[in-house]
Design a protein around this ligand. Structure first.
Ligand code: FES
Ligand code: FES
Length: 153
């Protein structure tokens, strides 16, 4: 089936089965490999993207759902404005909030969705939002600091 999707502000066309997970459409068909595969079950946060500003697991979201809902998808590649990093990306660098980096794109998406809803979240709100994201390297403390830094303006 042919689908027209809006990804990072651009209209993209794909020809894939309706049940194709958005994760694989992004990675394999649109070559947006910043979105990662972790568990495939909605439990690790590695594959999160923004769908109309809300963080969703792209491993559990089908291309059909995205197209039917007319959802605007933003991946980690879409956070920066040209050469200018998103403030969260800069804060993650400044706070060294990554080790292997595997969880980082999902964490950035989760944090961006949080700040969209709550521009100045307290630590409890940050912890609650980031609970959806697993990090095998254990950089949680630094991630919280990075998000606080942006939230504090
Ligand atoms: S790969 Fe989607 S939540 Fe883990
Ligand atoms: S930085 Fe390695 S999984 Fe999070």
């Amino acid at each position: 089936m042919k689908y027209a999707l809006t990804v990072n502000g651009e209209r993209r066309e794909v020809d894939v089965p309706p049940t194709s997970p958005l994760l694989w459409v992004l990675r394999d068909d649109l070559e947006l490999t910043g979105t990662r595969y972790g568990c495939g079950r909605g439990q690790c946060g590695a594959c999160f993207v923004l769908a109309d500003g809300r963080a969703v697991a792209s491993c559990l979201t089908t291309v059909e759902q995205v197209a039917r809902g007319g959802m605007e998808i933003t991946t980690v590649e879409g956070l920066a404005q040209g050469d200018r990093l998103h403030p969260l990306q800069q804060a993650f660098i400044d706070e060294d909030a990554m080790q292997c980096g595997y969880c980082t794109s999902g964490m950035l998406i989760g944090a961006a969705a949080l700040l969209e809803q709550d521009p100045q979240p307290d630590e409890e709100a940050i912890r609650a939002a980031m609970a959806a994201h697993l990090c095998r390297c254990g950089v949680y403390g630094r991630v919280i600091r990075a998000i606080q830094k942006v939230g504090a303006g």
